[in-house]
Design a protein. Sequence first.
Length: 164
Amino acid sequence: MGHLENKLEWCVKKGKEGKKHRGLKEINPDVEKSNKHIEKANHNFKAMIYLIKGNFPDWAVSASFYSMYHCLLAILAKHGYESRNQECTFAAVEHLIKNKKVDLDIQLLRKIASFEENLEAEDIVTLREEFQYGTEAVVDDAKMKELQNNTREFIEIVKAALKK
């Protein structure tokens, strides 16, 4: 059994324990819940823009992450899963991509979380942790524009994938 399968097995087991914020729960596929996650992704994207305009780029990074993360939760809801654990969310979406259950490029998922212990990682999780837990509050304008474009694009790509 590979790393992904082991992770999923652990996530499902934790989900069955019933503790909040642990694991991956199997639910009935829920298109309505999926749509609500997309609404939340759009809400977080609007917050991101508001924070950029208000000169709070460090918080805009977090809003970007959660916008993309809600897109992943939308995918899971449509396919019968609920997650309260980021690693489980990433593993489950990767599993769905690899098993051709969702038409999404794995490289897009890598932009959110690289899955490797890499000090030079350029994914949004690493960036969010840097600005959420660090002392820096300034994000390069070009980097912020790229992040804004990537977030907008990711929402649109996931919305299209959910319609298939």
